[in-house]
Write a protein that binds this ligand. Structure first.
Ligand SMILES: C[S@@+](CC[C@H](N)C(=O)[O-])C[C@H]1O[C@@H](n2cnc3c(N)ncnc32)[C@H](O)[C@@H]1O
Length: 308
């Protein structure tokens, strides 16, 4: 199993995602002889996991069942152990697109944090790209490096434990793209400028506050970056469910009949008719936005480093 390649069968040492429901998943490391407790009972790694196909339905000791999923960066983002605030898929998708990341890209990132973005970058730049990620918190840097090894992507990434604002990224002239998720990104821009290849590249900085964005944009301009733009990505999902809607009463039709005609829209389950005019509502399946939705996460500032 690797986060950048699909395997068919579960092996000892793999990370699998136990799917108990859409809002209830957990990552586990498969170890021969080990057991994992769930609300449906125990999962025995040796008999229930090792040798089974990814995607299998596994029956737990109390009779309930779970799915055992292959890990992906998207599943990891919603299941990883949080050591910091993390980036979520909505922002990650835009970052990947706007930085023009693809297999073979070389990326410099800081801070590594919990590695949520790093895993998505690694999947995109594999098999021949490289990620240089800088994290000044020693334990976070070590934990991220361990996770990259466990997830069989260690060969694609170098983790450096240093302050990016003082010591830079540890490389020069190699990067196609730079990503910053640190409190004072403007202090790292002078270092970011040095890591790009001679033919330039794209930079992105994520900041929750507009004051951080202002300072970052000013510094990018001072250093000759072009095409500077800031955007915010908001996701609005829709739930599919049954709703009952009241039917309007337009009064008697011309010609004197009392029936209501429904000429378009989904097929109603209950339709008022001349034979049964007492119904005054219709139930149908429809998509509705939730009353509450995730709002502001942060601003994404993009810029282009021109050719030398
Ligand atoms: C919000 S987290 C990054 C989360 C990450 N993007 C993710 O998706 O998991 C910010 C990280 O930057 C690190 N950091 C802050 N300032 C830094 C600096 N000057 N040099 C290196 N790392 C820094 C912090 O220790 C923290 O782990």
């Amino acid at each position: 199993m690797s986060f950048v390649e699909y395997s068919e069968f579960i092996q000892e040492g793999d990370v699998v995602i136990i799917f108990l429901g859409h809002d209830s998943m957990m990552p586990i490391k498969v170890e021969s002889g080990a057991q994992t407790q769930t609300r449906y009972g125990a999962i025995r790694h040796s008999t229930d996991l090792i040798g089974q196909r990814f995607g299998s339905k596994v029956t737990c000791s109390k009779g309930g069942w779970v799915y055992v999923l292959h890990p992906t960066p998207e599943l990891w983002t919603v299941n990883l152990p949080h050591r910091t605030q993390i980036l979520y898929t909505t922002d990650i998708a835009n970052i990947t697109l706007m930085l023009d990341l693809k297999p073979g890209s070389v990326v410099c990132e800081s801070g590594t944090g919990s590695g949520s973005l790093s895993h998505a970058i690694l999947r995109t730049i594999a098999p021949s790209g490289h990620l240089h990620t800088v994290e000044f918190h020693a334990q976070r840097a070590e934990k991220a490096a361990q996770e990259f090894r466990d997830h069989k992507v260690g060969h694609l990434v170098t983790v450096r434990n240093q302050d990016v604002c003082k010591d830079g990224f540890g490389v020069v002239g190699v990067a196609d793209a730079v990503f910053l998720d640190i409190p004072s990104p403007w202090e790292a821009i002078i270092h970011a400028k040095k890591v790009f290849k001679r033919r330039g590249g794209r930079l992105c900085s994520f900041s929750p506050c507009i004051e951080q964005v202002q300072r970052t944009c000013e510094t990018l301009l001072d250093h000759g970056f072009e095409e500077i733009c800031t955007l915010e990505v908001l996701q609005r999902v829709h739930d599919v469910r049954s709703v009952t809607l009241p039917l309007p009463d337009f009064g008697p039709e011309e010609g004197g009949t009392d029936s209501t005609k429904i000429t378009s829209g989904p097929a109603p389950e209950e339709v008022p008719s001349a034979a049964n005019p007492s119904y005054s509502s219709v139930t149908c399946r429809t998509a509705t936005p939730p009353r509450e939705m995730a709002g502001h996460t942060g601003y994404l500032t993009f810029a282009t480093k021109p050719r030398d």
